[in-house]
Ligand binder design. Structure first.
Ligand SMILES: *Cc1c(COP(=O)(O)O)cnc(C)c1O
Length: 386
């Protein structure tokens, strides 16, 4: 099989996976790997969870796709679950995280133009953030390395220092349409926002008539120990963007909003072909059913999180190259003072998958239904690599 036809957009590990089951992946030679990447926070129920597999089997033989010019009950059901389990009223369905961000940015600008006039277009974003690769999401991603070759980006955007109260106070104004922030910066190195900072953003947005957008694409859908990350911080934004774990491995995204903001969109303002299709919505509905009704978030995430953090903190005491262990729930970053690539590659050779977050952080993102034994096994491989 040739590797030469896939466009060269990723530095890939030298492995070709063929199948997966729970937290385990198998390559073509039948080697077993322990997966603490979960497709980057996607496979929240592990690989090929039977509930997801059965939903795909059943729904794909009934109806996979229809146009958004018609109604389908699966989309109604999923959006109702999302709203009834949150502080929001309306959902726009799409297929990925970056699409959810684009939808959020467009809704915020439309809301701004209705309520503040033509000048109210500015979007404020955080340094060190990550919101996706399309031109709009990229324009508010505060890491120059992602942006450099793709200018000009969209106009009327401005960055502020993350977690810095003074900077946002100076920069926000009546012309600000939106402030976008990850409650926990993911790609930037698993850096949680301070509670007081998010509270201040809420206050400043209210004072200036700006929309507060939380990007929960990575930290949402149970990863922190609550369905939505904002619940952990006690600050309710106007818009939340979700994707990744929402489909448990099936592509889907959503932009969830308060009624008063959502009302700015009217037919024709925004759309897409696949968003809200019956197959993706059926899968996400069964994922949420498992996460919420089977108490995977409430019980498993919180119990395993405590266990994983305890053990990692003990490793920090023992190995001085670990400078920090941080995060929330099962979104965990281990900051390292030496070469992280070498540690990750050694883990890989010993059949444990881990990835980086930023320059010097190793990310632990096991499935949300991970077991104690799997955590023990992962940590023994990790310790050996240390
Ligand atoms: C992954 C990610 C995105 C982009 O999502 P895609 O599905 O890759 O488009 C946006 N924001 C955050 C915080 C992410 O982690």
């Amino acid at each position: 099989m040739s590797k030469s036809y896939l466009m060269n957009t990723y530095g890939r590990f030298d492995v070709t996976f063929e199948k997966g089951e729970g937290t385990k992946l198998y390559d073509k030679e039948g080697n077993e790997y322990l997966d603490f990447v979960s497709g980057v926070a996607v496979n929240c129920l592990g690989h090929c969870n039977p509930v997801i597999v059965n939903t795909i089997k059943e729904q794909s033989s009934k109806l996979m796709h229809i146009s958004n010019y018609y109604w389908n009950e699966n989309a109604m059901k999923l959006t109702e679950i999302l709203c009834k389990n949150s502080d929001f009223d309306k959902v726009f369905m799409c297929n990925s995280g970056t699409e959810a961000i684009e939808a959020g940015l467009k809704l915020a600008r439309k809301y701004g133009s209705i309520h503040g006039g033509e000048e109210k277009k500015e979007i404020i974003y955080m340094e060190n953030s990550f919101h996706g690769r399309t031109m709009g999401a990229l324009s508010v991603t505060g890491q120059p390395k992602y942006q450099e070759s793709f200018r000009p980006l969209i106009g009327d955007v401005k960055s502020v220092k993350f977690n810095d109260q003074e900077d946002i106070k100076i920069k926000i104004s009546k012309n600000t349409a939106a402030v976008i922030v990850e409650p926990i910066q993911g790609e930037g190195g698993i850096i949680p926002a301070k509670k007081e900072y998010l509270k201040l953003l809420r206050e400043l947005c209210d004072e200036n008539g700006a929309v507060l957008i939380f990007d929960e694409v990575q930290c949402g859908m149970g990863r922190t120990g609550k369905l939505f990350a904002y619940e952990k911080f006690g600050v309710v934004p106007d818009i939340v963007c979700i994707a990744k774990a929402l489909g448990g491995g099936f592509p889907i995204g959503a932009m969830v909003a308060k009624e008063n903001v959502a009302a700015s969109f009217v037919p024709g303002d925004h759309g897409n072909t696949y968003g809200g299709n019956p197959l993706a919505c059926a899968v996400a509905t069964s994922v949420l059913g498992e996460l919420i009704d089977k108490k995977i978030i409430e019980v498993n995430v919180n119990e395993k999180s405590g266990y994983l953090f305890d053990k990692l903190k003990k490793l920090k005491e023992k190995y001085h190259i670990i400078s920090d262990v941080r995060g929330m729930g099962l979104l965990v970053g281990v900051e390292i003072k030496s070469d992280i690539k070498k540690i990750i590659n050694t883990c890989f050779e010993n059949k444990l998958l881990l990835i980086t977050a930023g320059a010097n952080v190793i990310r632990f993102l096991p499935p949300l239904n991970v077991s104690f034994e799997e955590i023990d096994k992962a940590l023994s491989i990790f310790e050996k690599a240390l």
